[in-house]
Design a protein around this ligand. Structure first.
Ligand SMILES: [Zn+2]
Length: 282
């Protein structure tokens, strides 16, 4: 990697160790990388994208059918095992649907903006995700990844700014605790309270059209996002009245926890693969 590689030094035992994160510019540009990728990889195929969508929708409905028709009537303890298997399978397939919604937000699903946004909006809203709100903050995350000032999520911290609680979280039990919180409610904490997000002058979240995350041009779509989430929430409320809250938790909310656990792990790993441990930054 030439001059863009890591600076190494030798420790007391004679081993070569990386002393700091690479900070100089790499010996290649973004356009060099783009030129190295075959041009056909940049062609968006509606047919191919749709095939992924239909396969995932098929399996999601299939698992839902099996759960609501058979697993719901299984005796214990067999049902305990069956439900866990259902949550993992359904959560994995729905993660696929969530990722298709993410691709729609990047306009990668097809050549048609209106189609990408429509499909992304329905997919993410049905999984209780704020489509347009996240699309905009996520786009800025991509263009500012690992920036201490401008990244939108998993913003790296300066060592000098870490307090004793942050240092406690960097111990093995602390990391385990952080991982459990991240994988269960991490997504909710981020979109509702901007936890681990970029620091703004005033309170920021993904549901307030006046949130400082968004520009004036984007605010109307944040409202459209909210309306979709209210409609889906009302639908879920009606389902809970008809089928019972337990049914709804078993069939809908438990797989959703898997989806958001996956999401946090994917984005955390992707973000941290581009930076070193925050504790090494000065
Ligand atoms: Zn992305």
């Amino acid at each position: 990697m030439g001059s863009g590689g890591r600076a190494t030094q030798t420790d007391n035992s004679g081993n070569k160790v990386v002393k700091r994160a690479p900070s100089s510019k790499p010996p290649f540009t973004l356009s060099d990388i783009k030129k190295a990728i075959p041009p056909h990889c940049f062609n968006r195929s509606l047919l191919r994208s749709s095939s992924y969508l239909f396969v995932d929708l098929f399996f999601s409905f299939f698992f839902y059918y099996v759960a609501s028709t058979y697993i719901i009537h299984l005796p214990t303890p067999l049902s305990y095992v069956a439900w866990v298997v259902y949550w993992i399978l359904q959560g994995s397939v729905q993660m696929g649907l969530w990722v298709i919604g993410h691709e729609c937000g990047h306009q990668a699903f097809s050549d048609y903006t209106w189609l990408n946004d429509t499909i992304g909006y329905f997919l993410h809203t049905s999984l209780l995700a704020p489509y347009f709100s996240w699309k905009y903050s996520h786009r800025r995350h991509h263009s500012n990844t690992a920036s201490l000032e401008h990244d939108e999520s998993f913003v790296p911290k300066k060592k000098s700014s870490l307090n004793s609680f942050a240092r406690l979280l960097n111990t093995p039990p602390g990391r385990l605790f952080r991982l459990v919180i991240l994988c269960t409610v991490g997504w909710l904490l981020y979109v509702c309270f901007n936890v681990s997000g970029r620091k703004y002058e005033k309170f920021a979240n993904h549901f307030d059209p006046k949130s400082p995350i968004y520009s004036d041009r984007e605010r109307l779509q944040i409202l459209v996002t909210d309306i979709g989430l209210v409609v889906v929430s009302f639908g879920l409320y009606k389902v809970a009245l008809a089928q019972g809250l337990t049914w709804l938790v078993l069939v809908y909310f438990a797989p959703l926890v898997i989806v958001y656990g996956f999401l946090v792990v994917i984005t955390l790993v992707a973000s941290h693969s581009r930076i070193t441990s925050p504790l090494r930054l000065h």
